[in-house]
Structure formats: C-alpha cells, structure tokens
Design a protein around this ligand. Structure first.
Ligand SMILES: [Zn+2]
Length: 215
C-alpha cells in the first residue's frame, strides 16, 4: 500500500461539466406548491404577515430552495458508482476535501463540511467527480452526519467491491452553532471503516495519516 494517489476534491478542473452546482435531477419531483403553503403557515404562526411586501415571494423562494436541498431524495446515488472502469491499480485512492452541504433532519438546519474518501480498489476504479456526486446525492436529503458517513462507505463497498473503504466526514452543524448550546467553531467528525481499514489497525492508521497528513 505504498505510493497512494492523492487527489483534492476541490480541484474544479477534475470535475466534468455536469458536476457544476446544478440542482439534482430529483429536485423536480419535490411538491413545491405544498412547501409554499407550509412556509406561509409558518410565517403566520410566528406572528408575521405573509402578505407584506418583503415576504410575498418568500414561500416560493423557500420552496425552490428546498427542492434543491432535498433533491437527492429522488435520485439513486448508486448510479454514479456504476460508471466505474476496470483498472489493475491496487493501491489506495484517496480523495480529500469534498465539500458538501446537508440538512440536519432533527432541526431542518444546514450542516456543512468536508468528506474524505479513501478506498483500496479490487479492479474497479471510479472517477473523482463521481465520488463528489455520490456525496452530493447522499447529502441532499434530511440527514444525520453519522448515517451519511456510513451510507457513503456502504455504497462504495457494494458497488466497487473494494478491499477497503474509509470515509471521514467533518462538519459544522448550525443547530449547534446558532441555537441550543451555541458553540460556534465546533466540528463534528465521523468515520466509517470497511474491509481492510476496519480489520487491520496498520491500514487504518495509514489511511488516517494520509487524510490528516504526517504528524
Ligand atoms: Zn440538528
């Protein structure tokens, strides 16, 4: 497991044109008029006048935003991983710093951060942009960070049949920073290890060192 390939997920040049910030395909299936009615209701419930000028367009705007933020619900992240190519390469592939935004399902407030994905291929290799798309698809739904981390790891194990998968997610939760205990700057780190990264301590240490750099 020497000479790993390290790639940085934020390198725009590595993304193909359909990986730009466009709403997920599933966004169209979100019932936007229903969200509009609900947002109007919330505005009235907090004591606002939903018909005053500044708020008139708000329900529609929020509906379009939710369609985008929850669009991942209506697509299958698995499909991105089916575009693997067969390659004899059998060293670690690591993609660091894949930025994402998701929505905490407990508070409907955003959490955002970075995902790092490492895997040890067993013949199936996937493009960097596809990994970023999987993260995007899994993130764009009501979510909890722990489940998001495990879902990404399990999808890679199932679709790539990799010998090992390591997923580390770091995120700041606005439900912790702007309300409740109000701890700005706190970062939640979750990890999911599969295959060799779970069973072999030395492999796990190696991938964690690759993710966080030499100590
Ligand atoms: Zn929350």
């Amino acid at each position: 497991m020497s000479d790993p390939v390290e790639m940085n997920g934020s390198l725009a040049g590595e993304l193909d044109s359909d990986d730009r910030a466009s709403p997920p395909a599933g966004a169209k299936q979100v019932d936007q008029p229903r969200i509009e009615r609900a947002v109007r209701e919330i505005l009235a419930a907090v004591g606002e006048d939903p018909d005053r000028e500044g708020l008139r367009e708000t329900p529609g705007r929020v509906a379009r935003m939710y369609a985008e933020l929850f669009g991942g619900l209506h697509e299958d992240p698995r499909l991105h991983l089916r575009k693997f190519f067969t390659e004899k390469y059998d060293e670690v592939v690591l993609v660091k710093d894949i930025s994402f935004n998701s929505m905490c399902e407990h508070h409907m407030l955003p959490f955002m951060g970075k995902a790092h994905i490492g895997y040890l291929p067993a013949g199936r290799v996937i493009g960097l942009s596809k990994l970023a798309r999987v993260v995007e698809s899994v993130a764009r739904r009501p979510q909890v960070q722990e489940r998001m981390t495990e879902t990404i790891a399990d999808l890679l194990v199932e679709e790539l049949e990799a010998k090992g998968v390591a997923v580390v997610v770091e995120a700041s939760h606005s439900c912790m920073t702007i309300r409740g205990i109000r701890k700005p700057g706190s970062v939640c780190v979750t990890s999911a290890m599969r295959g060799i990264f779970r069973s072999h301590l030395s492999s796990r240490s190696e991938i964690m060192t690759l993710i966080y750099g030499k100590v």
